[in-house]
Design a protein around this ligand. Sequence first.
Ligand SMILES: Nc1nc2c(ncn2[C@@H]2O[C@H](COP(=O)(O)OP(=O)(O)OP(=O)(O)O)[C@@H](O)[C@H]2O)c(=O)[nH]1
Ligand SMILES: [Mg+2]
Length: 200
Amino acid sequence: MIQTAEFIRSCTAAEQFPRERIPEIAFVGRSNVGKSSAINALANRHGLAKVGKVPGKTQTINFFKVAINDPVVPFFYLVDLPGYGYAKVPKSVKERWRTMIEEYFSTRELLKGVVVLLDLRANQSLDARLLQWLATWSLPIVLVATKADKIGRSQRPALLRRARETVDIGASAFLWFSARTHEGKRELLKTIKNVLIRPA
Ligand SMILES: Nc1nc2c(ncn2[C@@H]2O[C@H](COP(=O)(O)OP(=O)(O)OP(=O)(O)O)[C@@H](O)[C@H]2O)c(=O)[nH]1
Ligand SMILES: [Mg+2]
């Protein structure tokens, strides 16, 4: 369980990224998929990360410092990034996000893993492209099929089979999750912890 969670900083460029040397986990995925909501659910803090109905809510890179009861990794950052795809923002803003996100991945030495959120009810072609790009960083990937509260258990195997046609799940961890019901929360935290303690 996450014991405390604290908003640290909202950044638009690398020189603003926090300097404290603790490990971190990034949350990425399509706009509106539920990245910010997942962080709030994990931290048990409504409103910690800003959530929106309109895609494109998170426009900066936001660092949240969390504490867990673990002697090896007592603190780490959860990092909330802007989404890709259908954000309701001008093209120039999306271009800026792209630069900012590339800067993020190329400078964060203690980035230990990436949580990629997927909505398996939607088309996964953009997610497949993101995963291809992410592969260049050789980081552990945790695939999280979110909004699971909207997907009946009987529908899940077929949706997962369909997603596999587009997305290479390969060696990544995969789990179902809901920020609404907190389904999968324990498993996601456990998976994140495993990623954090993995030797580099
Ligand atoms: N039913 C359901 N709705 C969810 C879940 N997670 C998020 N939502 C809703 O989806 C919408 C988008 O959630 P956000 O957490 O802001 O999504 P995001 O990926 O951070 O979006 P951007 O910041 O725009 O990229 C909000 O209306 C949330 O309430 C979930 O697990 N279940
Ligand atoms: Mg967001």
